[in-house]
Design a protein around this ligand. Structure first.
Ligand code: ZN
Length: 479
């Protein structure tokens, strides 16, 4: 069979971190005692009326602007009717024909190449409650705290071509949400979830029939679910069958997708305009204001770092993913004291590791753009060795201070004096007969060991590049 090409589209649901819920004044918080954060409105009791949260609308507008979407100054809210125990009203207020944001796009970086992924729409809707399985009774418990929490749903065009691309897209969307600060983006708390549409077709043929995967609760689960679905559909086609239009549930524990419903019994939600709410009419001044407040977003930063600074995609991602790492990096680059690569290395390496290990932010370390650049410059100029620079960086991270003062106080200025290095090399050769013989018998990697021993003997102060040259020369010419 010919080469199979997958076509993938995503629906990303992100909870908005507004103060209150979408249609009532209940607090929008995670982790409260079950059913303590509810009122007659979000429980859908008869006689109550919803009142739209203005903040949620402008959060959706902001995301639309971040994803280059058309903003619909007038949009409509609709009822999506279905029964499920986590939805006490038996309908969800969403947006059908006229969402708050129309077409847009997001550029993502895939192996240093820019891929433009179309956004179909972004709409506002309310979340449903949560069902919990009760081990003691074998029954199901309902927690309605999440009912009415505001969500945006971001729907993409079927523009993604591989599980890896889908993952990069999701990570980039998450970074954008973080930058504009409208969602907590905590996957473990369910604040971002997604549904995935997958089809496969032979290269050059029209698109195949798509299946929708529900219940994808993490980015890695999305990757696994898409991989599984591509394989499943490819096998059906290879066996001469045809893929049916289905909605399937992803079971990440078992690593399989399970049929939920097929085309014949597809749900008809009987959407109709929500009679209890008017149209959403945006204020042009507020929309302009929102646009003017957008920062440089991570997708643009990533592309700039790769195209203009020559960073690789993963370095660019790690830096741009975090607003404060990007700020540190950008400030360092603007000082023009050292190369972009040195700064990127430090941020992606030691600084990120420290932040991950301790849970601290950059503001809670002693690192400043000035002392970090001085450190990078000192190493680039050969004033300190790489091991010396690590020692200095450790101190800068924990205590902060002036780079030059630390280098001098710790006596880390590197020795590149030829006489000193030559004597050091001679001593190391005399002390390491076995490695010397190994090297002379063709085991060239013994040189690395000897350089290491010499660096140790010098207390890390020898210039390693120069030392290596001298050592190599001695090993080759002296017996
Ligand atoms: Zn409420």
């Amino acid at each position: 069979m010919a080469v199979v090409e997958p076509v993938i589209g995503l629906e990303v649901h992100a909870e908005l971190n507004t103060e209150s819920k979408l249609f009532c004044s209940c607090k929008n918080i995670f982790g409260a005692e079950p059913n303590t954060n509810v009122c007659p409105v979000c429980l859908g009791l008869p006689g109550t009326l919803p009142r739209l949260n203005r903040q949620a609308c402008y959060y959706a507008v902001k995301m639309g602007q971040a994803l280059n979407c058309e903003i619909n100054m007038i949009s409509r809210q609709d009822r999506k009717n279905y029964f499920y125990p986590d939805l006490p009203k038996a309908y969800q207020i969403s947006q059908a024909d006229i969402p708050v944001c129309g077409r847009g796009y997001l550029d993502i970086l895939v192996d240093k190449e820019i891929r433009r992924i179309g956004i179909t729409r972004i709409h506002i809707e309310e979340d449903a409650g949560k069902l919990l399985h009760d081990e003691a009774t074998g029954g199901t418990l309902c927690d309605y705290n999440r009912c009415g929490v505001p969500l945006i749903e971001i729907v993409t065009e079927p523009d993604l071509r591989s599980p890896a691309e889908a993952r990069i897209f999701l990570e980039t969307v998450r970074a954008v949400l973080r930058y504009i600060g409208i969602s907590d983006c905590k996957m473990q708390e369910g604040s971002i979830r997604c549904d995935v549409n997958v089809s496969v077709h032979e290269k050059g043929q029209p698109p195949g029939t798509r299946c929708e995967l529900k219940n994808v609760n993490s980015f890695s689960a999305a990757l696994r679910g898409i991989e599984y679905e591509i394989k499943r559909q490819t096998e059906i086609i290879a066996d001469g069958g045809s893929v049916e239009r289905e909605t399937r549930r992803w079971d990440d524990k078992k690593g399989v997708s399970i049929l939920m419903r097929s085309k014949e019994n597809a749900q008809d939600y009987r959407f109709f305009p929500e009679p209890d709410l008017g149209l959403i009419v945006l204020d042009p001044e507020a929309v302009r204001q929102s646009k003017s407040e957008l920062p440089e977003l991570p997708d643009k930063k990533m592309i700039r770092y790769v195209k203009e600074h020559g960073l690789n995609s993963s370095e660019a991602f790690i830096i741009a993913d975090s607003p404060e790492k990007a700020e540190l990096y950008d400030e360092c680059v603007s000082l023009e004291k050292c190369s972009c690569h040195s700064v990127a290395n430090r941020i992606v390496g030691e600084i990120t590791k420290y932040m991950n290990d301790t849970g601290r932010t950059i503001a809670e370390t002693g690192i400043t753009p000035e002392n970090l650049c001085e450190l990078c410059a000192a190493q680039e100029k050969g004033v300190i060795s790489s091991s010396g620079s690590k020692t200095v960086l450790d101190e800068l991270i924990i205590k902060g201070g002036n780079t030059e003062e630390i280098i001098n106080r710790l006596g880390l200025v590197q020795n590149s004096d030829t006489g000193f290095l030559s004597e050091l090399a001679g001593n190391i050769i005399a002390l390491n007969e076995k490695s010397v013989n190994d090297y002379r018998n063709g085991k060239t990697n013994a040189l690395g060991y000897l350089v290491g021993q010499a660096m140790k003997a010098s207390g890390g102060k020898a210039d390693p590049a120069k030392l290596r040259g001298i050592l190599e020369n001695k090993l080759k010419t002296e017996e």
